[in-house]
Design a protein around this ligand. Structure first.
Ligand SMILES: Cc1cc2nc3c(=O)[nH]c(=O)nc-3n(C[C@H](O)[C@H](O)[C@H](O)COP(=O)(O)OP(=O)(O)OC[C@H]3O[C@@H](n4cnc5c(N)ncnc54)[C@H](O)[C@@H]3O)c2cc1C
Length: 432
């Protein structure tokens, strides 16, 4: 086997070792998410996490074909112009890959958590900014599936699944990032309505969103259960969106402040019970961290694929640089870590599917491990391309910049290590 063959087949195999998904794509999971919503699917428990990868290959190839045709060619321009990836997002809507998690009866695909992770991973392999359109709309609508009244589900889930509506998740504030319980946005009851006032920060896709899932304090004097969740519409009077942040990476993904200035929201748009909002947010984040892990795996795979190809064609000292043992060892380490990150991610997706008690640990561990891996792998990919890796002619520097965000959002990796430690260490009485 030539060096080129080794790299293209050997390394590429990390994405193709999975078995076949029987039947029409998503069929295997259709029905499981269809009736009960993705957070409550007891029958899905039979999808053991170790079985998940075997079921994703055929589906993965279908997603990859759409991504390579419709999203990859525009990824560089999306980054360089800091433009929302509209064409890619519309292609996902057209191909039934935008809101796969929405149950069939609301017009979605009823896809499982593992299938949804495959979609995000494959998009992120080419364009992480585009993958965030999918993962954040999913994060913001999971609470509707789990806790929303039927009228809310019908209206908003159908808008997402049938019309491709974008939903933002508005939890963070200027003074409340890792500590969302410190939020100041208020929602005050007033004659069958809640009146919202405050500012949210770092809100992904805010400038494109038709809808926001907003978390606000309804019970300021209560020691706990102070926060509630609401659906707010972009056209509600008093909603305004600030300019997009000028970010290091994910430059095609608009991240904005959103201001709520006396926004009157009908009480029917409350999601879940009053005071249950923080629990709802944390539950949704547990599930969504699997998507961020998948996003990180996709970014790392894109960088590894690029580096592997480069090592097969670049020559120095009269040889392909892929023949140098020092670089082969680097590639081996990258592939090892990536394989471990992917396995952990799909194990976490299995726990997300069954919504079992191990989810919190596995989702935090997968997000931490995969995002740290994405950072390491993309930095090494830049190194393997030498000077070319440091230019915008090649995608690895973009992937390195994009990877960084996966260590920060949906719980920084410091916060997630605290979550993991809490799951591992027994509760101890406070020391005096
Ligand atoms: C690109 C991007 C997109 C985002 N999208 C959204 C979105 O759509 N919706 C949304 O609501 N939010 C979003 N966020 C916000 C994101 O979730 C927060 O940035 C994140 O939770 C960290 O909060 P912070 O930025 O305020 O940092 P801080 O909380 O101020 O943290 C600063 C540093 O302190 C560390 N730290 C804080 N507390 C502890 C502790 N107890 N122990 C150890 N270390 C600690 C953190 O790990 C970090 O290193 C987004 C952020 C980014 C960058």
């Amino acid at each position: 086997m030539t060096a080129l063959g080794f790299y293209t087949r050997g390394v590429g195999a990390t994405t193709t070792t999975f078995g076949t998904l029987p039947g029409r794509y998503l069929d295997i999971y259709a029905g499981q998410g269809a009736e009960e919503g993705i957070l409550r699917m007891p029958e899905a428990r039979e999808v053991a996490s170790r079985d998940v990868p075997r079921h994703t290959s055929d589906f993965r190839e279908r997603v990859r074909a759409v991504v390579e045709r419709e999203i990859a060619p525009r990824a560089r321009a999306v980054d360089q112009k800091a433009e929302f990836p509209r064409d890619g997002y519309l292609a996902l809507v057209r191909n039934g890959l935008y809101a796969t998690h929405v149950p069939v009866r609301y017009g979605g695909e009823g896809a499982s958590a593992p299938a949804a992770a495959v979609v995000v991973e494959e998009i992120a392999r080419a364009c992480a900014s585009t993958s965030l359109v999918v993962s954040v709309t999913r994060l913001a609508t999971l609470p509707l599936l789990a806790h929303g009244r039927e009228s809310l589900r019908e209206k908003y889930l159908q808008a997402v699944a049938k019309d491709g509506a974008i939903f933002s998740f508005a939890l963070s504030e200027p003074e409340a990032g890792s500590d969302p319980g410190a939020m100041r946005t208020r929602a005050v009851r007033d004659e069958g309505h809640f009146v919202l006032a405050g500012t949210k920060r770092w809100i992904t896709n805010a400038s494109e969103a038709q809808y926001f899932l907003v978390f606000a304090v309804t019970e300021p004097d209560a020691p706990r259960n102070r926060i509630s969740a609401f659906v707010v519409e972009r056209d509600d009077p008093g909603v305004s969106v600030g300019a997009a942040e000028d970010k290091l990476g994910l430059r095609g993904s608009p991240t904005c402040e959103v201001h709520f200035d006396g926004v009157r929201v009908p009480a029917e748009r409350l999601v879940g019970e009053p005071g249950s909002g923080l629990g709802i947010a944390l539950e949704a984040l547990d599930h969504s961290r699997v998507s961020i892990a998948a996003q990180a795996v996709g970014i790392a795979q894109g960088a590894l694929d690029c580096a592997a190809e480069y090592l097969g064609v670049r020559r120095q000292f009269g040889r392909q640089i892929g023949e140098f043992q020092g670089l082969r060892f680097m590639v081996a380490s990258m592939a090892m870590k990536l394989a471990a990150a992917r396995e952990l991610t799909y194990a976490a997706a299995g726990h997300s599917e069954s919504a079992d008690e191990s989810l919190r640990f596995f989702a935090a561990a997968a997000k931490c491990f995969a995002s740290d891996t994405a950072m390491e792998v993309t930095i090494d990919a830049v190194q393997l391309l030498g000077g070319n890796g440091y230019t915008r002619e090649f995608p690895v520097e973009r992937m390195m910049r994009d990877a960084k965000a996966t260590q920060i959002y949906e719980g920084t990796n410091q916060i997630l290590r605290s979550v993991i430690a809490r799951e591992v260490l027994p509760e101890r009485p406070p020391t005096s």
